[in-house]
Design a protein around this ligand. Structure first.
Ligand SMILES: [Fe+2]
Length: 191
């Protein structure tokens, strides 16, 4: 079996066709840097549409050199991509819908393993928008993976099998995997 890591894309989705937004892919099928956009400004609908297209095309997009956004401004930017939800019930809020996560030696990360945000909510979040407020001199990094590509790379029997599966997660088992015997993630095969 061969796996194609670089997929052909429609002309409209090529990086050079997102103007006036400048898109620089970071990997062939995943992640891109966006330039030429001030997220604190009142953006034209045409630009907002291009940003949303870029997000759907590349999965994760990065904006460098932006002004620090207020919680209200963050909500406005999130509206470019969808209807903001209330986020996680487990973290401090800057305002409803804007989580404020502080990590230092006294407050280690609640989640320090691979995860997708808020899968324990009745309606899981489609995506997450993050702006770092205070960047440490060392560390503070995170990473992303492309589950869309991971799914494409599954064998056909495994795709068929996964189509019959559903998962149920809860916040406790996501945050504290050591407690899984007490808060089991149910993986149920539909009959
Ligand atoms: Fe997260």
């Amino acid at each position: 079996m061969s796996i194609h890591f670089i997929n052909p894309v429609a002309d409209a989705l090529r990086p050079e066709n997102f103007g006036p937004v400048r898109v620089t892919p970071l990997m062939p099928n995943f992640a891109a840097c966006i330039e030429g956009v001030d997220l604190s400004a009142d953006l034209p609908d045409e630009v907002k549409a291009k940003l949303r297209d870029a997000w759907l095309r590349f999965g994760v997009i990065f904006f460098r050199g932006q002004r620090k956004l207020s919680p209200d401004a963050q909500i406005e930017v999130a509206r470019i991509f969808g209807q903001p939800d209330l986020g996680s019930h487990m973290v401090e809020k800057a305002k409803p819908g804007v989580d404020l996560i502080t990590i230092d030696e006294k407050r280690p990360p609640l989640t320090n393993l691979w995860h997708s945000d808020n899968t324990f909510n009745a309606k899981p979040s489609m995506g997450t928008m993050i702006q770092i407020q205070t960047c440490p001199a060392v560390g503070g990094n995170t990473g992303w993976s492309c589950t869309r590509k991971a799914y494409e790379c599954l064998s056909e029997p495994m795709k068929r099998r996964s189509a019959r599966l559903s998962t149920v997660t809860n916040a406790r088992s996501e945050r504290f995997p050591i407690a899984i015997p007490f808060a089991v993630d149910a993986v149920a095969e539909k009959v």
